[in-house]
Ligand binder design. Sequence first.
Ligand SMILES: [Zn+2]
Length: 135
Amino acid sequence: MIPKTKKRKKRGIKAKKLLDLWALCVKTRDGYTCQYCHKNYTNNTRGVNAHHIWTKGGHPIVKFSLRNGITLCVYCHRMEAHGRSQLFNEWVKKKLGKKTHDLLYIRANQHGKNDLTLVELELNYELKELRNAGL
Ligand SMILES: [Zn+2]
């Protein structure tokens, strides 16, 4: 049997890898364009971040959900999303639309553990679909 601490560490490494994959999916879907200021970063992909609408620490169930991700430039990520979060959250609500926003809210506040094997399959599938769509 594998000791618990070793298991936890292994899960942590996998989760980190999946977060990178999640971020790649979000940025690919959004065409490496900041959804807030609309600046495109195709030629400088390090200029954008994938932002978690609902924090990954507080709402781990939507940590790998593409609906919970949005592409922001480094500036908007820091200054708007984390700097003026109340105003930013109002913008997110409008951007997503009420129905999607409400569904995400409900999902974000559910409990449970992500099945990382399933998450990996889903994200790889999503990425393939995005690339097939020419993104
Ligand atoms: Zn921006």
